[in-house]
Ligand binder design. Structure first.
Ligand code: GLN
Length: 283
């Protein structure tokens, strides 16, 4: 097998059906170069790949062509400016979820709290939301739970990597949680069990994705119990599916949340909804 030049390697991957950007990132990975080195590929387009790099790159391209997320193949994903290590134990952090982080930062900035403000992230997965929030509000006490011990191992490794002091705990939603929080955030599973989009997500943990016939069963559980864990005036903020904003807002209102509202993702789709728990006026 003759080794390919960079240009030929990129074309070969595109023939397999890969996006050009993905092919470039995989080639850089096989070359041991950072993702920021795409310009290097252009200036070395006629370089011939070594046999090892060539073989590695062909394997990586095959994996991507088989639908495996790029983040699993290269082993990391950027989220809110943090490089997070990810693999098949956790969902790949999505840019849409940055909407939830930005909203949580606004709520935190407006919260009338002292230094001991507490935040809870339910279903933390790779730790993305909890770590982004801890990084941006270091004085907050951040607890993050997940029902999967395997996911928690990934989250803990990410916390250590970034030197962020987040308390991780194994818990199925609120099962092992105690105390009251000024802010509760969650990106729970919200895809309907028979949603055709799941085929494209088959490499990711299904328990982190699916939530019953209408995709709302986990959100229902969280909304039903959250007020018992919120400080008066505290916010519950949830990510949800592109067509679930109305249903989630209705659930929040029915449960007694106030100031119920939604926020849009980068595509302008209502992607997060939340409300406040007003237990006491002056809490
Ligand atoms: N946003 C993901 C998707 O639809 C789903 C994430 C989730 O269920 N929390 O690809």
């Amino acid at each position: 097998m003759t080794s390919l030049t960079c240009t030929q390697a990129l074309s070969a991957a595109q023939t397999l059906g890969l996006e050009r950007l993905d092919a470039q990132l995989l080639l850089l990975h096989a070359l041991g170069k950072p993702a920021t080195d795409r310009a290097w590929l252009t200036s070395h387009d006629q370089d011939v790949l070594s046999e090892d790099v060539d073989r590695e790159y062909r394997q990586l391209s095959q994996r991507r062509a088989g639908g495996e997320p790029l983040a699993y193949i290269v082993g990391h994903q950027e989220f809110f400016g943090l490089k997070l290590w990810v693999d098949a134990r956790v969902l790949v952090p999505r840019p849409d979820t940055e909407t939830l982080v930005e909203w949580a930062l606004q709520c935190a900035a407006e919260a009338d709290t002292n230094a001991s403000a507490r935040l809870l992230d339910l279903g933390t997965g790779s730790g993305a939301i909890a770590l982004a929030l801890k990084k941006n509000m270091p004085s907050w006490d951040v607890t993050a739970v997940d029902a999967s011990s395997q996911a928690l191992a990934v989250a803990l490794a990410n916390a250590l990597q970034h030197g962020l002091d987040v308390h991780f705990m194994e818990s199925n939603w609120f099962a092992n949680v105690s105390g009251h929080f000024h802010l509760i955030v969650s990106n729970p599973p919200y895809v309907a069990d028979d949603d055709p989009h799941l085929i494209a997500l088959m490499h990711e943990p299904q328990t982190a994705l699916t939530a019953g016939a209408d995709g709302l069963s986990d959100i229902r559980q969280i909304v039903a119990r959250a007020q018992g864990y919120l400080q008066p005036g505290g916010w519950l903020l949830l990510e949800h599916g592109y067509d679930q904003a109305e249903a989630v807002c209705e659930l929040l209102r029915q449960t007694g949340f106030l100031d119920v509202q939604s926020r849009c993702d980068l595509a302008g789709i209502k992607r997060c909804s939340g409300g406040r728990h007003l237990g006491r006026q002056d809490g």
